[in-house]
Design a protein around this ligand. Structure first.
Ligand code: AMP
Ligand code: AMP
Length: 356
């Protein structure tokens, strides 16, 4: 596959590259970043979303599809190759497409790591090997001790997750959620039950640059979730009466600046995660990744997830986050950082090292 991709890349006119992505998730971020760095842009979207990308003027070209999966159609792939397109994957690539082995268009990043990301078992193995502290995992509901969070497969943005404190509650709440249609029975079978860490959520968006050979912290955010962030508005007695359970559907993100002494834990985690990534999926991390963590009352960092691509939380860093500003002394954000790396790689004839 890589050889074929490199052949495609060789056929490209590198002075006329288009940066392309699917119109959702962090496409405004990616496409604006590409334009800021002087690239042409192409947005692959459904008719319904077109108006958003048109209104912001970030897309030079549109490829309209009925379904995001149509990206895999040879006709669409051919068009993208004709435009010398490099695709930037984001959460919608995972959520709506999943398998990339039929995609013969160069992608910035490491496809294999994106597969590790979507498989919870593999993800856990990666993080354990990196030696980061993680929440405990319960193999069956009967093992639950204390508060636990129940999660479902895939990048669903926290949809349908819920909290329980024992097996009985697990079965009762999942039954109720299946009945309301929030989750399916299959989801319940595949659920992952994790120790619930009481603390503050911090999502670190890093960038591994093959051109500079370094890890960069670009932005930090937290999520705004429905209904977890709404519960404080309802008195506890009503929560109990109404059997209201918090769920974690992501609605938006807030920027965060961390207490500075805590950055050490984040950098150590990032270094270890990158080191292990080289062992599990050579050449390892390329470009954007996110370490998703919770800090408890002792300011101990627990990593509960990793994403091997741009996350939507980086949208809070447009046009700049304190961290990217300190590093670059100019407005820099993840979409632009990606395009900058591609631009530098074209100049240094290193493009092949960014495409996997
Ligand atoms: P959407 O097209 O908005 O449904 O997003 C595509 C995928 O990315 C879904 O799985 C979402 O849950 C996820 N996603 C979108 N925006 C965010 C965000 N701000 N934070 C985390 N995940 C997100
Ligand atoms: P995820 O889809 O894994 O990114 O998680 C979605 C939401 O669930 C985030 O707001 C997390 O804070 C929350 N969450 C996930 N895992 C845990 C955990 N082990 N303890 C506490 N909260 C968690």
């Amino acid at each position: 596959m890589r050889d074929e991709l490199l052949r495609v890349l060789e056929s490209y006119d590198t002075q006329n590259i288009h940066i392309g992505t699917i119109g959702s998730h962090s496409a405004l971020n990616i496409l604006k970043g590409a334009k800021d760095e002087g690239f042409g842009t192409v947005c692959i979207c459904r008719e319904r979303e077109r108006k958003v990308y048109e209104s912001f003027g970030v897309a030079d070209r549109f490829i309209i599809v009925k379904d995001y999966r149509d990206l895999l159609e040879e006709r669409i792939q051919g068009k993208l190759r004709e435009m010398n397109t490099i695709l930037i994957p984001h959460g919608s690539f995972n959520a709506y497409i999943g398998k990339f082995n039929e995609l013969l268009v160069p992608i910035f990043g490491n496809r294999e790591l994106m597969v590790w990301e979507t498989d919870r078992e593999k993800q856990r193995e990666w993080l354990i090997r990196a030696g980061v502290k993680m929440p405990k995992k319960y193999s069956v509901p009967e093992e639950i001790e204390g508060l636990a969070i129940v999660k479902f497969p895939g990048a669903k943005g926290g949809k349908g997750y819920f909290i329980v404190s024992d097996a009985e509650e697990f079965y009762r709440i999942s039954e109720r959620m299946v009945k309301t249609g929030l989750i399916t029975r299959e989801d319940v079978m595949k659920a992952e039950i994790q120790e619930y860490i009481l603390g503050t959520n911090i999502y670190f968006s890093f960038f591994y640059s093959p051109v500079y050979g370094r890890i960069e912290l670009i932005a930090v955010d937290r999520r705004y979730e429905s209904t977890a962030d709404a519960l404080g508005k309802v008195p506890a007695k009503e929560q109990i009466k109404g059997e209201i359970d918090p769920t974690y559907t992501v609605i938006g993100n807030f920027p965060v600046v961390l207490r500075e002494s805590l950055l050490v834990q984040a950098f150590e985690a990032a270094e270890n995660v990158v080191k292990v990534s080289k062992e599990i999926a050579y050449p390892g991390m390329v470009g954007a990744f996110c370490i998703e963590s919770i800090f408890d009352e002792n300011a101990q960092m627990y990593v509960f997830e990793i994403s091997a691509r741009i996350v939507a939380g980086t949208n809070v860093g447009i046009p700049s986050s304190p961290y990217s500003y300190i590093l670059f002394g100019e407005n820099m954000y993840m979409g632009r950082r990606i395009a900058r790396e591609l631009k530098l790689a074209v100049e240094k004839d290193m493009l092949g090292e960014l495409i996997y």
